[in-house]
Design a protein. Structure first.
Ligand code: NAD
Ligand code: 89V
Length: 342
């Protein structure tokens, strides 16, 4: 692999600004091109981040640029055609969540990259958030034993629609947009899922689909977890964008509390420490934990590419997370627990 790696970003909208800042923070990556079908956004991103070339058409970019990888940070409807375009050009690709609109699209994208022998990763960054990395390490330390029960919760009234207006018009809202992150974390902490039950609610009058969901997961390990999320919770203090976690094992418990406090209770007693994410030159409260996770996720991608290793959130791995999303919607519609298709 050359050094630096020649990278390009497709999609220069709201969240891509974090991708672009993070690529600039990774020493062995050079951004050679950006692309957005909105030419003004592409030009602005090239100007702001000192990128030599910008395009409105991804096909033109692939035809003219020599790339070691491409980062797709567009919205979901364009993920499949852009990933398949990268595969046809044999360019390794990392793509934002949600992977694609349908299960069949996701399967086809994995197949296209496998056939082209092109690395494929989904930018699923919650498991790469500093506080959640601390929870994973606390579990791996073994103090509480193997987790057998837990709750993963993200409840807010923060106006996510201000930055992401498309969310209010989607047929599927909070499970596909946010639940997907929490379900991915549930897989990391408790393993693969046997069955999932789900109840959805719509509280906000100005959104098309569910803005609250409560999911009950039965894991193959025997563990039980509750995954709940809301975009319409009026709380004394709004923890946005914090994910709160409570885990129990045979020897104790682990809690990630509001304010980024990690409490571990084991046979020797209870400890508590601060696991807050430091501010970077380009991050700001309250998004800083999400922004820093973008850097961690992209560093994981670069390290995996260089080592020829399959990344944690490869396309194939993310199929399992996506299968939980589709199963949750099916469980809610059929009002019964269902098995995920992967
Ligand atoms: P956005 O609408 O602000 O930006 C998307 C950009 O992609 C737009 O500028 C649009 O013109 C461009 N685009 C769309 N199709 C294109 C194509 N075919 N070729 C070139 N450009 C194209 O959206 P956003 O809020 O930044 O969301 C982008 C993605 O990031 C979504 O999938 C969203 O779910 C995800 N997201 C992830 C996180 C996270 O990782 N924690 C947070 C927010 C959003
Ligand atoms: O992270 C995301 O995917 C966003 C959210 C609003 C949850 O931050 O959509």
């Amino acid at each position: 692999m050359p050094d630096p790696l020649r990278g390009a970003v497709i999609g220069c909208g709201f969240f891509a600004q974090n991708h672009l800042h993070a690529w600039k923070d990774i020493a062995d990556v050079q951004l050679v091109a950006v692309c957005d079908k909105d030419t003004a956004k592409a030009a602005a991103a090239a100007e702001r981040f000192g990128v030599p070339a910008h395009y409105a058409d991804a096909a033109a970019m692939f035809a003219r640029e020599t790339l070691d990888f491409v980062d797709v940070a567009t919205t979901m409807p364009s993920h499949r055609p852009l990933v398949e375009l990268a595969a046809r050009h044999r360019v390794p690709v990392i793509v934002q969540k949600p992977f694609a609109p349908t299960w069949d699209d996701c399967v086809a994208m994995v197949a296209a990259c496998a056939a082209a022998e092109v690395p494929l990763m989904v930018h699923e960054n919650f498991r790469f958030q500093g506080p959640l990395i601390a929870v994973r390490a606390a579990v791996a330390a073994g103090t509480i034993g193997v987790p057998h029960f837990g709750r993963i919760s993200f409840r807010t009234n923060y106006d996510v629609f201000a930055n992401q207006p498309y969310l209010a018009l989607e047929e599927r809202l909070i499970i596909l947009d946010l639940g997907i992150h929490l379900l991915d974390v549930a897989r990391v902490l408790f393993g693969e899922v046997e069955t999932i039950a789900c109840r959805t609610q719509r509280v906000r009058p100005n959104v098309r689909a569910e803005d609250m969901a409560t999911m009950l997961l039965h894991h193959k390990s025997g563990a039980t977890s509750i995954v709940d999320c809301s975009y319409s919770s009026r709380l004394a203090s709004d923890p946005f964008p914090q994910t709160l976690v409570h885990l129990e094992g045979p020897q104790g418990s682990i809690a990630l509390l509001e304010g980024y406090r990690l409490r571990v209770t084991g046979p020797a007693g209870t400890t508590e420490r601060d696991v807050a994410t430091p501010l970077l030159s380009w991050t700001s409260q309250p998004w800083h934990v999400a922004q820093e996770s973008v850097l961690n996720t992209q560093r994981h991608w670069v390290a995996s590419l260089r080592a020829g290793r399959v990344p944690e959130t490869s396309g194939a791995d993310n199929l399992r997370t996506y299968a939980l999303v589709t199963a949750a919607y099916r469980a809610a519609a059929e009002r019964r627990a269902v098995m995920p298709e992967a």
